[in-house]
Structures are given as C-alpha cells and as structure tokens.
Design a protein around this ligand. Structure first.
Ligand code: ITT
Length: 204
C-alpha cells in the first residue's frame, strides 16, 4: 500500500465541469484538483489532432506552458460508433456543430442511427500529463457498449443518456454516478494515472 502524506496538486486543462466533477470523484482525497473555470484570458487552444491522444497532448502541453511548474492533466475523450465508422470520435463535443449542446449532439446521433440494427459503440479517453510544456505520460481507458434507441436518464453529461455499457440494461445517465465511475473509460484512464504516480513518479 502507498501512503501519501500530502495531497498532490493537479491542474486539469478543461472548462467542462462535468469532467472535473468526475475527476474529483475518481482521484479521491490524495489529489487536489483545480480546472480552468476561474482562469481568464487564456488563448484558445485548437484541438487540431487526428486522435484523442494527439488532442490530449496538445491541451496538456499548451496549458502547462502557461502555468509553469504545475502538473497539468488533460482529458480528450469521445464516443466511437461502429455503424458510423467511428464517428463522432474526436468530434464528439461538436458533432452537431461548433458549441452544440449535448442534447443536439445526442439527437443528431440518434438520427444517424435510425433503424440501424448494429448499434455497438465505445467511449475512449486519453489523459495526457505534462509539466512546463513537456509531455510526461499518456494513459488510456475505454468502455464498450451499445447505443440505445432513445435518450434515457438524467445523470452524467454528453452522450450518457444513450450509452448502455456492456453488461447493463440502463444507460450511463440512468446508472448512479458511482457505477459509471467504477467502469467508465475515464475511470480506467484515471486508475492508470494513479498507478503511474504511485510507481516512483510522485516527485516529478
Ligand atoms: P475540454 O476539451 O475543455 O476538456 P470538451 O467537452 O470539449 O472539454 P473533449 O474535446 O474531450 O472535451 O470532448 C469530449 C466530448 O465527448 C464531450 O463533450 C462529450 O460529448 C463526449 N464525452 C466524453 N466523455 C463522456 C462521458 O463520460 N459521458 C458522455 N459523453 C462523453
């Protein structure tokens, strides 16, 4: 067992407060997390990568240049649907257009899949860790499932109301957050991240 005498400070490179809430729950009391919500005048960081990994690295390294000496993590994640050849993928946040609401994105996905018998999908998440503009590590997590015929449930965010994880009948938005946080793509990536910190890297 690893005993941590002081909590480790992390800066999460996001303004998505749903992500932040999940990270706080997933990381637990050994970490003190802040996000970019209260940071003004930050330059826009364009997610120009072709993969979750490239975009996570772009976000983590760019933000860590702006906040010297801070340990920065960035999450790039999204939903990949088999019948749509992996869409929306890296475009998950803006599937129905720039600044589209979660609801519009979900509606578009259900429209695209109307009548499709094959509804398998996966959520993927990459977390990049960086300091002073240098990438330190990336970790990954994924969870498989299917896309429901219609939106169900109020918990979570994004595509949670239409994602039914493998082994369940409820959507992520119907399941308690504890259940999502036990099996999600983000949960798996965070657990890899914690393992990374616990194997001699805590002083970086
Ligand atoms: P930041 O880049 O500021 O972190 P973002 O929401 O734009 O925030 P991404 O570019 O990583 O983040 O896009 C992730 C999108 O994928 C997110 O907006 C949701 O639509 C979807 N998504 C990711 N994880 C999800 C989850 O756990 N549940 C539901 N939808 C999720």
């Amino acid at each position: 067992m690893t005993v941590n005498l002081s909590a480790m400070d992390l800066l999460l490179a996001t303004r998505n407060q749903h992500k932040t809430r999940e990270f706080v729950q997933l990381l637990g009391p050994n970490f003190t997390l802040r996000d970019l919500t209260n940071e003004r005048d930050l330059p826009e960081i364009l997610e120009t990568g072709r993969t979750f990994e490239e975009n996570a690295v772009i976000k983590a390294t760019a933000i860590s240049k702006i906040f010297p000496h801070e340990m920065v993590i960035a999450d790039d994640s999204g939903l990949e649907v088999g019948a749509l050849e992996g869409a929306p993928g890296i475009f998950s946040a803006r599937y129905a257009g720039e600044n589209a609401s979660d609801r519009r994105n979900v509606e578009k996905l259900l429209r695209e899949l109307q009548g499709a018998p094959e509804r398998s999908a996966r959520f993927g998440c990459i977390i990049a860790l960086a300091k002073d503009g240098e990438l330190i590590a990336t970790v990954a997590g994924e969870v498989g499932g299917t896309i429901a015929e219609s939106s169900r449930g109020k918990n979570g965010f994004g595509y949670d109301p239409i994602f039914v994880p493998k082994g369940f009948e409820e959507t992520f938005a119907e399941l308690p957050s504890d259940t999502k946080n036990a099996i999600s793509h983000r949960a798996k990536a965070v657990s890899e991240l914690v393992r990374y910190f616990n194997t001699a890297h805590r002083s970086e």
